[in-house]
Design a protein around this ligand. Structure first.
Ligand code: ADP
Ligand code: MG
Length: 458
């Protein structure tokens, strides 16, 4: 498919200008196929792999139909997890910048419902959330869906997997039948057809086949034994020195043991537990995404919903029994055209797992490499340090304000500031380790938009 520019579509100039300002010039294949149909208000089933730009596809479509002067929800996007809902809402906010005053609200579980009710009272154009929490709001009558024009089921395959079928049904029933219903998904399991049959009108089906370049991911295997596993991992980390890596274990116990070991060896590693409080989980993910804690250790369950755009390396400390799970694990690297590294430790009794993986990937012989020698160098500390600010979106703190406060009079250089994440009541900014103390002082002694905040170094 020859890529076409967005300007090939009948989009308002302000929308086109905004798209190019965020670096979107050409449409991705799923956008190219779905947008013309979306603009005709057709129902769609769209399948394309993760990272292919599905959010902007439905996002542009639903934004163009909004009536900014009406503050009742006109678009509802259902997502399987809170993290995905947050990501989608953030992407929609970027896309919505072409128009003033579009309000987007996220309603997900894991945080208290009270403040959400407060926000809903102020009105919103777009609601993004998880099915469970949206249903809670419907039963409390704190959310009305009778003006919905677009209903999106994002990651529909995963919502089905997670058992959200009934919630989705109850929610859809509260929306007008005249709505446009869009079903986006990375895979196309049987359940999707049935789901579509229940909610969609004469849907058009779009499926983008993966090009035959599955080896953006360089996958290597290293043989070790049960006792040598930890040291083998240590060697891999010192040899490959990935800028960031997710390490998968099969049990929580392995995660904990490995986390304790790596930290004692001078690495900065966090364990992502399934049972972390949402706030703590957010914090772990922020520190990982901004490179303050470059190693994340997780089980498959804990990593659910974990979507990272530029993950250079995935390590399987323990191989999974199931080849699909393996593919899902390593598919988190090698995205957006970048090379990914997938390193796998194998103990002798796991040869059958390697065979199953090779078969599922229709790959030839596995690439077995000798374990690198243990480097005498110690692990380097993380390149970035995170400062937490006790103010966020609800305090009208924006990334530019934090950047300004850090770099203002005799502050640090803008190039030393990393990613900035803003939550409702807290913000996190990463700065280079070398300037961390100066940055901390600058924020503690200064103000952000004229207000004092409490600043902590994490
Ligand atoms: P999906 O939902 O299919 O997994 P996303 O919507 O999360 O994918 O998009 C993946 C990445 O691609 C995001 O970082 C997004 O900003 C980027 N992206 C989307 N559309 C375009 C485009 N047309 N040009 C450049 N980057 C894009
Ligand atoms: Mg998506």
């Amino acid at each position: 498919m020859t890529p076409l520019p967005f300007s090939d579509l009948p989009l308002p100039k302000a929308m086109l200008d905004n798209l190019s300002s965020i670096g979107y010039h050409e449409m991705t294949p799923i956008q190219q196929q779905s947008l013309p149909l979306l603009l005709e208000n057709r129902d769609l089933i769209a399948r394309a792999k993760t990272g292919s730009g599905k959010t902007a596809a439905f996002g542009i479509g639903l934004l163009l139909k909004l009536e900014p002067t009406s503050f009742s929800p006109q678009a509802l996007v259902l997502c399987p997890t809170r993290e995905l809902a947050t990501q989608v809402a953030n992407e929609l906010r970027r896309l919505a910048r072409f128009q003033a005053n579009i309000k987007i609200i996220t309603l997900s579980g894991g945080i208290s419902i009270g403040p959400q009710i407060g926000s809903l009272e102020h009105g919103a154009h777009i609601v993004v959330g998880t099915p469970g929490r949206i249903r809670d709001h419907l039963s409390k009558k704190t959310l009305r869906l009778d003006r919905i024009k677009t209903l999106v089921l994002d990651e529909a395959d995963r919502m089905l997997d997670m058992g959200f079928r009934d919630e989705i049904k109850q929610i859809a029933q509260m929306t007008p039948t005249s709505r446009q219903t869009l079903l986006f998904s990375a895979t196309y399991p049987d359940g999707i057809q049935a789901l579509s049959g229940e909610f969609q009108r004469d849907p058009e089906m779009i499926s983008i086949e993966e090009q035959q370049s599955p080896l953006k991911i360089q996958q290597s295997f290293f043989e070790t034994d049960r006792e040598g596993r930890m040291q083998a991992l240590h060697r891999l980390l010192l040899h490959y020195r990935p800028e960031a890596a997710v390490i998968f274990c099969n049990t929580r116990q392995s995660c904990n043991e490995l986390g304790a070991y790596l930290n004692s060896e001078g690495f900065t590693a966090s364990v992502l537990h399934g049972e972390l409080e949402q706030r703590d989980r957010d914090q772990v993910l922020v520190l990982f995404a901004n490179r303050s804690c470059p190693i994340l250790i997780a089980t498959d369950v804990a990593a659910r919903g974990l979507d990272i755009d530029d993950l250079p390396c995935v390590i399987n400390y323990e191989l999974t029994r199931d080849a699909d799970t393996h593919t899902h694990r390593i598919g988190r690297t090698g995205r957006a055209g970048r090379e990914g590294l997938a390193l796998n430790l194998v103990i002798p009794s796991e040869g059958y797992k390697v065979n199953a993986i090779m078969e599922a990937q229709q790959a030839k012989d596995p690439d077995f490499l000798p374990l690198p020698e243990l480097s005498t160098e110690r692990a380097a500390p993380a390149s970035m340090v995170t400062l937490a600010i006790n103010g966020g979106r609800k305090n009208k703190v924006r990334p530019g304000d934090i950047l300004g406060a850090l770099t203002g009079t005799s502050g640090i250089a803008g190039s030393s500031v990393g990613k900035i994440f803003i939550f409702d009541f807290v913000s996190y900014v990463a700065v280079e380790r070398a300037v961390a103390s100066k940055a901390l002082g600058q924020l503690q002694n200064g103000t952000i938009k004229g207000r004092k905040y409490r600043i902590r170094k994490l």
